[in-house]
Design a protein around this ligand. Structure first.
Ligand code: FAD
Length: 496
């Protein structure tokens, strides 16, 4: 088979493009060297946001595109994306408060017509939201953005792309590509060490932080480069009994979020540290841990300690830079993306630099629009209206959808029914289609993960290992103990 496009990288950008292009009738192959979303796309802060702080750098184009995307994404993926309110605690009589208010006004204004609740200010002293906020913070602004289950976003794009004919290869590394006659020849090596050659008309390099390594390896010289910036998060037991997130500004001007996470936890992040070598797996350092703990302890009356940390994770942002431009202030480097289309002979090779989860859908559309001359027969933009698999309901119907699932499957329990809808949406009915009683759910691995769900993930969502399931298809890894993990691992090994 000759593919129209071969995509390198199964993060959000690669999978988003695979879905969009397949829906336009193009023949697509995507290779991911590890698991889907195993790179940056499972290590983000998981916000679909305009990026309030980018206003400080006058990045209006990016903020506008991202704000518009919030409403589009809420409509097409109400299962894995939902609105969240963010609290900005303020000290009295600070000039900065005025600038924050102006920023929020602009934020709401640029968003235009939006279903999200607009900014308001509250007096913290009379509010239930003040639990643990230090008394010097008298007032707060509350604004809206959205949450997203980042790795599930990637997987659902890949699932839909496959449904429309794409060939999605996981644990398959691109080790070479070269021009052969009128086509590209792409060589891959899979986890069993098997080497395959694939032919295609166009290559898209969507390998995120690896883009430069790949392009350099193949002597491609675009006008852009990437700066690799590590960001780390801490996960602790839920800190507050409300579902608002906090947007906190430090003395150094950095922003740290504290966000309700997976019902029982709080997520704290993120740092920004230069990461020299992408071949070294990013890890949260002691310095970053201390920084994050000190930061949030300066806002709240509790004293969060290292031994309360349940888990940490780190990812690398591939921020794009013009070549030879060296920006000392990392926070000020744009989070926007650039698409660089080169022709090797007459064969197109497109590289993606930078980006955000929030703008993946628009980025995918822009990639295909850049390739329009090369594939004049392809279909039109379509992803704005079509829900991702399982997302065929309205975001304000979520409660009803959860209650209905629980009513149909009472033995799931309320918590598990909510988890199912937040992960799978209406696909839950396909997962549970042969379940008539609790017994039919099969073996229980703990924390409501049963055989029927694991089987579904192995067969339908490209999962291959316990880690794929515990960290990228679900986040149950936060709750599983060592013995539960081992049992799941052994069981999976016996199935594949
Ligand atoms: C700490 C942090 C917080 C963030 N928070 C947010 C946020 O809240 N909201 C937001 O919108 N954005 C956020 N982002 C940005 C967002 O996460 C990234 O822009 C996005 O995930 C990048 O996706 P990607 O597909 O380009 O890269 P990746 O997800 O890294 O995917 C690239 C893939 O390519 C694969 N690959 C590499 N080389 C090869 C090869 N030779 N063959 C095959 N496969 C290969 C890798 O294994 C990897 O899976 C955050 C980023 C970080 C680091």
């Amino acid at each position: 088979m000759i593919y129209d496009i071969f995509i390198i990288g199964g993060g959000i950008n690669g999978c988003g493009i695979a879905r969009d292009a397949s829906g336009r009738g193009l023949k697509i192959c995507l290779a991911e060297m590890d698991d889907l979303a195993s790179g940056t796309s499972s290590a983000s802060t998981k916000l679909i946001h305009g990026g309030l702080r980018y206003l400080k750098y006058f990045d209006f184009k990016l903020v506008k595109e991202a704000l518009k995307e919030r409403d589009v994404l809420l409509k097409i993926m109400p299962h894995i994306c939902w609105p969240m309110r963010f609290l900005i605690p303020l000290e009295s009589f600070r000039i900065n408060n005025f600038f924050i208010r102006c920023g929020l006004f602009i934020y709401d204004y640029i968003a235009g017509y939006s279903t999200l609740t607009k900014t308001k200010s509250i007096n913290l002293q009379n509010s239930i939201l003040n639990s643990f906020v230090k008394s010097k913070f008298k007032k707060a602004f509350i604004y809206s953005d959205c949450w997203v289950e980042d790795s599930r976003l990637v997987v659902l794009n890949a699932v839909d792309a496959k449904e429309m004919g794409a060939n999605i290869l996981t644990r398959t590394k691109v080790i070479n590509f070269t021009k052969k006659g009128s086509l590209w020849s792409v060589t891959t090596k899979n986890k069993n060490g098997e080497i395959h050659e694939h032919f295609c008309k166009c290559i898209v390099n969507a390998s995120g932080p690896w883009v430069e390594n790949i392009n350099q390896h193949f002597s491609l010289k675009g006008p852009y480069s990437t700066r690799l910036i590590k960001g780390s998060h801490l996960v602790v037991d839920k800190l507050f009994d409300h579902n608002h997130a906090f947007f906190l500004t430090g003395q150094d001007g950095r922003i740290i979020f504290v966000i309700p996470f997976q019902e029982e936890f709080s997520l704290i992040g993120t740092t920004e540290v230069v990461h020299q070598n992408i071949e070294i797996k990013p890890k949260c350092s002691d310095e970053e841990t201390n920084y994050l703990l000190n930061f949030i302890n300066s806002y709240f009356s509790f004293n969060l300690k290292k031994d309360q940390i349940i888990s940490t994770f780190s990812g690398v942002r591939p921020l794009y830079n013009k070549k030879n431009q060296h920006n000392e202030n990392i926070s000020s480097i744009t989070r926007d993306y650039v698409l660089n289309l080169e022709y090797i002979g007459h064969l197109p090779f497109l590289t993606i630099y930078g980006g955000k989860l929030t703008t993946f859908r628009k980025l995918s559309e822009n990639v295909l629009s850049k390739l329009k001359d090369f594939f004049p027969e392809m279909g039109h933009d379509w992803t704005m209206k079509k829900p991702l698999p399982g997302g065929d309901f309205l975001v304000n119907e979520k409660k009803e959808v959860i209650n209905k699932l629980q009513k149909n499957y009472p033995y799931l329990g309320q918590k598990c029914a909510k988890r199912f809808i937040n992960y799978y949406g209406t696909l839950s009915y396909q997962i549970l289609k042969n379940v008539k009683s609790k017994k039919d759910l099969g073996k229980n691995f703990g924390h409501s993960l049963t055989e029927i769900e694991v089987d579904w993930l192995l067969k339908n969502e490209f999962a291959n290992s316990a880690d794929d399931i515990l960290w990228r298809r679900t986040k149950l890894g936060l709750k599983f103990n060592k013995s539960q993990k081992n049992k799941l691992k052994k069981w999976i090994e016996s199935r594949i």
